[in-house]
Design a protein around this ligand. Structure first.
Ligand SMILES: NC(=O)C1=CN([C@@H]2O[C@H](COP(=O)(O)OP(=O)(O)OC[C@H]3O[C@@H](n4cnc5c(N)ncnc54)[C@H](O)[C@@H]3O)[C@@H](O)[C@H]2O)C=CC1
Ligand SMILES: CC(=O)C(=O)O
Ligand SMILES: [Mg+2]
Length: 371
């Protein structure tokens, strides 16, 4: 199969969808891998490494897209990329469609088959292609939050661990899944006082057991959120309802209850964000202030640590890429009930119910298109 790896064009996105190691695996199976010249540079993978792995390099981006059967990317296609997509092609990348109606409609119009990393499932009920980047983003959320608490960034001037004689900061994490656990773990490691809120009792049990009560676990209700809003220096938004737009858990009115200089890090921003005042930001300008509360809402946090993230992403995606390349998308999805929910859009139809619901569109069962 002809597989193309474009250079990512989103603001400060340095990841690439495939490492040279991944390219070598595909080439060894008889596939033709074409990488856009310079695509791996931001992640520390020069063109020569891809060439050595048996991939071809292409400098002309229009030709790269036009000749591909399967396109592998990291971030959702930007408008000029949507225009390059055509019927008969398969796109495999993060899509987060429930947060972006124009993108959803653009992909429908392209006629292409669009498979999202973030809605593929596993036997344990997890999201195996989201998990590696959630791990990265969760860990980064505390670095970003700690930096934002500095006075020069608009923060309250609070050091997360405190010092002897001065209390540590209070950190609340709303959503105790992969992002949430990793954020909480980093905050604990830095010596902050940590509370995790989740709606899932089994998840709270796991966290309580794993961290032996070192973090406070709280069932997530409106009352519980009111309380952490009043008490926290840093709040991380890490909720997810798979494939759907994130629920707004902190409203603008509630910001009045936060101390000036408190910080909100909305990791769930890629699904629309879980705070009413969140809007997507970029690594170039990651924060803004509303009602004296600093907001950090970068939608591609792992892009900043592109080397680590690219390796972790390829480790997770490669088995699925191999299945797509070896079998074609229809057989690959039909053979694997956990791969099938990855299908979001096919030939103009939405095949993921939560995405269709977000925009009042009709969805069709993905099983009906794989035969
Ligand atoms: N901004 C970025 O660069 C990145 C963003 N993300 C995003 O972070 C979000 C979280 O991802 P994961 O941790 O992997 O998901 P996950 O599925 O592992 O965890 C989500 C948790 O939220 C909980 N939850 C749902 N509704 C809740 C509520 N009302 N209150 C409290 N908890 C609630 C669920 O029970 C679950 O434990 C997703 O939107 C994901 O796309 C992930 C990676 C990078
Ligand atoms: C999950 C995602 O959107 C990212 O890693 O950028
Ligand atoms: Mg986006």
């Amino acid at each position: 199969m002809k597989i193309a790896i474009p250079k990512e064009i989103k603001n400060h996105e340095y990841r690439v969808a495939l490492t040279p190691t991944g390219a070598r695996e595909l080439v060894a199976r008889g596939h033709r891998v074409t990488v856009q010249a310079g695509a791996g540079e931001g992640a520390g993978f020069p063109d020569a490494d891809y060439r050595a792995a048996g991939a071809e390099l292409e400098a002309e981006v229009a030709r790269l897209w036009a000749e591909a059967e399967l396109i592998l990317k990291v971030k959702e296609p930007q408008p000029e990329e949507v225009e390059r997509l055509s019927a008969g092609q398969t796109l495999f990348t993060y899509l987060h469609l429930a947060a972006e109606e124009a993108l959803t409609r653009g992909l429908m119009q392209s006629g292409a088959t669009c498979i999202a990393y973030e809605t593929i499932t596993d036997r344990q009920g997890g999201l195996p292609l989201l998990a590696p980047m959630s791990t990265v983003a969760g860990r980064m959320a505390i670095q970003a939050g700690a930096h934002s608490l500095e006075k020069a960034q608009g923060g309250a001037g609070i050091l997360l661990p405190g010092v002897p004689g001065v209390a540590p900061a209070r950190v609340a994490v709303i959503g105790g899944g992969v992002v949430g656990e990793n954020a909480a773990r980093m905050a604990l490691g830095l010596g902050a006082e940590v509370t995790v809120l989740d709606k899932s009792i089994p998840r709270l049990e796991t966290l309580d057991d794993r961290y032996q009560g070192r973090m406070k676990t709280v069932f997530s209700t409106a009352d519980a959120i009111d309380e952490v809003v009043r008490e926290s220096d840093l709040i991380v938004g890490a909720v997810l309802i798979p494939g759907a737009a994130a629920p707004k858990l902190i409203t603008r009115a509630m910001l009045a209850d936060m101390r000036p200089g408190s910080v909100l890090v909305d990791v769930a921003i890629d699904q629309g964000g879980c705070f009413e005042t969140s809007r997507p930001t970029t690594h170039a300008e990651p924060t803004y202030v509303v009602d004296e509360v600093v907001h950090y809402c970068v939608a591609n946090m792992p892009g900043a640590v592109a080397r680590t993230s690219t390796q972790a992403l390829t480790n997770a995606t490669l088995p699925f890429v191999i299945a797509l390349a070896d079998k074609g998308w229809q057989r690959a999805l039909a053979d694997d009930p956990h791969f099938l929910p990855g299908l979001n859009v096919h030939q103009g139809r939405v095949t993921y119910a939560a995405v269709a619901e977000a925009f009042g569109l009709e969805s069709i069962d993905p099983a009906s298109v794989v035969g």
